[in-house]
Design a protein around this ligand. Structure first.
Ligand code: DX5
Ligand code: ZN
Length: 217
């Protein structure tokens, strides 16, 4: 059997914001598969980051898919802006105010990939009704809001259940994991497809860190 391989999506939340374009070129050169962009509004989570104009300005910098993780209330109000800005994947929280199945359909109908995610305290049953509408399911293994937190091992059962559900229902969504991902936590992630890593990539040698997450030995 060949080794399990993952797509690696460095989270630019941990990058140097004074030179974001260069940071993205650097991770692309270092072997990143996607660029994970954390959008926070200071309401849904107690932190503020960036919006669609920044995504638009990053679009020409890289050929890699832009994987936009919306941690905002009223995503419906802003999703169009992110679509126009060139986002490839748009992931919305099931707990966000105004979340709906129609929102996921809108993302897909505009040619982007739709994603759904949930806070660690939210049961998987809350997203089950939407799993046939998405291209990506993001499992949060930290409380959304900040980089650099510890991996919550009690969330691993969600990854495994999502893999089982996908098989049983003949679906094809990708399973992405976000929060505290590093070479130390990789052994828990065998059933995932895409690994987001912020501090682990940006606080280490980019190439070595990305390479260490690409395969499960
Ligand atoms: C947290 C964000 C993550 C964050 C991960 O709300 O969704 O994408 O950047 O950072 P690390 O990898 O440092 O846990
Ligand atoms: Zn994220």
């Amino acid at each position: 059997m060949s080794a399990k391989s993952f797509l690696v999506a460095p989270s630019i939340l941990s990058a140097d914001f004074s030179k974001l374009g260069q940071e993205i070129s650097a991770i692309e050169e270092a072997g990143a598969d996607w660029v994970h962009v954390d959008v926070m509004d200071g309401h849904f989570v107690p932190n503020l980051t960036l919006g669609a104009p920044v995504v638009k300005s990053l679009r020409p910098v890289t050929k890699l898919p832009l994987d936009v993780h919306l941690m905002i209330d009223d995503p419906d109000r802003y999703v169009e802006d992110f679509l126009k800005a060139g986002a490839d994947y748009i992931t919305v929280h099931v707990e966000s105010r105004g979340f709906s199945k129609e929102l996921l359909q809108k993302i897909r109908s505009q040619g982007a990939k739709s994603g759904i995610t949930l806070r660690p305290g939210t049961p998987l049953s809350d997203i089950e009704p939407f799993l046939s509408e998405v291209d990506l399911v993001l499992v949060m293994t930290v409380e959304p809001g900040f980089g650099g937190q510890s991996f919550m091992v009690d969330q691993v059962s969600k990854i495994e259940a999502l893999s089982k559900w996908r098989k049983e229902h003949s679906l094809s969504y990708l399973i992405e994991v976000d929060g505290g991902v590093s070479d130390k936590t990789l052994s828990h992630l065998a059933e995932a497809d895409v690994l987001v890593a912020g501090s682990y990539v940006f606080k280490n040698d980019y190439k070595q860190a990305i390479k260490s997450l690409k395969t499960l030995p």
